[in-house]
Design a protein around this ligand. Structure first.
Ligand SMILES: Nc1cc(CSc2ncc[nH]2)c2nc(N)[nH]c(=O)c2c1
Length: 373
């Protein structure tokens, strides 16, 4: 009998929670930041480095992996952990969000969504059942329901239609997922920027007694204040003893303010994407290494960091690599950025344990607010 999926809240500080998810492939310390490994790779990183910066779990993408190399092929090769050499937990998104944002000629019906691949134009259908089947073929540990995320701003009736469709798809995903003790299927709360719809979605999903809950439909261009207001409304309606995952979020400031409202898990392409574009995250704010003012700067990004990329290279060298579009530039800055994000989560977890989250949060935000240095 595989070890079951369990979540324990170990400490709280206001609405902030310090917890741990226990799964057969390992523990996930929360609040957690999940590096994005869309095509089965955290871009410009070795998986040992991803582990080395402190990540307990990474994110995979059903949409990308079903198109290339194909879910059945990954299954034949032993599943995504074996394929990508990441033996720890993996969470996979269900694919709907990526279909709507990446694919062409997509058609959404009650049954699911049909679309053409953005890679070669081949036609595909993605139903709730097929999404869960693909996530199973990938041997994903935490599987997301297929949902419809409404881009904001949107008409109320459009938000309601998508939220209600997502609830029906949640039921179908729950049925398709069945009972897999060591794994979990998370529902995704929708409802746009409308309080009543958010509450209805969260209540209906809570009644399904799922193993975890994502808050979707946010970080889609709305102001931070709207995102935070939706968390104030949604989190209290979700079960206290289940993990809450805010999808696609975010900046350090977004993360601090969302932890303060009861969020346990985050994912965002920012640290990895920014690293490939010459942007470094540091305790004292962001550093744009493309900027010529770094050309003669012998200082490292942060001599107090325990990450070799932050401590062992001059800004002048990093500037040179970025300007020359050398692969090492993306590698070192991605390494630095993921290390910064994991240190941020480590500080947040420690602050909640010692009941000093609001003070530490302010210090981190104040450091962050200094902007480009
Ligand atoms: N902002 C945002 C981001 C993502 C992608 S999370 C992700 N997948 C791969 C990397 N990161 C979302 N995914 C789903 N399924 N639903 C959403 O509402 C939603 C909202």
């Amino acid at each position: 009998m595989a070890k079951p999926f369990t979540f324990k809240v170990l400490a709280t500080d206001g609405k902030a929670r310090r917890g741990v998810i226990d799964m057969p492939r390992g523990e996930i310390r929360t609040p957690a930041f999940m590096p994005v490994g869309t095509g089965g790779t955290v871009k410009a990183m070795y998986m040992d480095q991803v582990r080395g910066v402190g990540a307990d779990i990474i994110l995979g993408n059903t949409y990308h992996l079903m198109l290339r190399p194909g879910a059945e092929r990954v299954a034949r090769l032993g599943g995504l952990h074996e394929f990508a050499r990441w033996p720890h937990p993996i969470l996979t998104d269900s694919g709907g969000f990526q279909v709507m944002s990446l694919s062409k000629l997509r058609k959404l019906t009650e049954k699911g969504v049909t679309f053409r691949s953005h890679i070669d134009g081949a036609a595909y259908e993605m139903s709730p059942e097929r999404s869960i089947e693909i996530q199973g073929l990938l041997d994903s540990d935490i599987q997301m329901q297929l949902d419809e995320c409404t881009a904001l701003p949107a008409e109320l009736k459009e938000i309601e239609r998508a939220m209600e469709l997502s609830l029906r798809w949640a039921e179908r995903c729950k049925t398709a997922f069945g009972d897999q003790p060591g794994k979990a299927m998370f529902g995704i709360v929708q409802g746009g920027d409308n309080a009543a719809l958010r509450i209805r979605s969260a209540q209906a999903l809570s009644a399904m007694e799922l193993k975890g809950y994502a808050v979707g439909g946010l970080a889609v261009g709305e102001p931070q204040a709207v995102m935070l207001e939706m968390l104030d409304i949604t989190c209290p309606v979700l079960p206290h003893n289940k993990p809450r995952y805010l999808m696609g979020v975010g900046t350090p400031d977004d993360i601090l303010k969302s932890v303060a409202r009861g969020i346990d898990m985050f994912d965002c392409v920012m640290p990895t994407r920014a690293g490939r574009h010459g942007l470094a995250y540091t305790r004292r704010g962001k550093v744009n290494l493309r900027n010529a003012r770094h050309a003669d700067d012998p200082r490292p990004l942060d001599e107090e960091s325990d990450c070799p990329a932050a401590r062992g290279y001059s800004r002048a060298y990093l500037h040179h690599l970025v300007r020359s579009q050398e692969a090492l530039g993306a590698m070192l800055l991605t390494w630095n950025n993921l290390s910064y994000y994991q240190k941020l989560m480590q500080d947040i977890r420690a602050a909640i344990e010692t009941g000093s989250f609001d003070v530490r949060g302010a210090e981190i935000t104040e450091g962050w607010a200094r902007g480009d240095i």
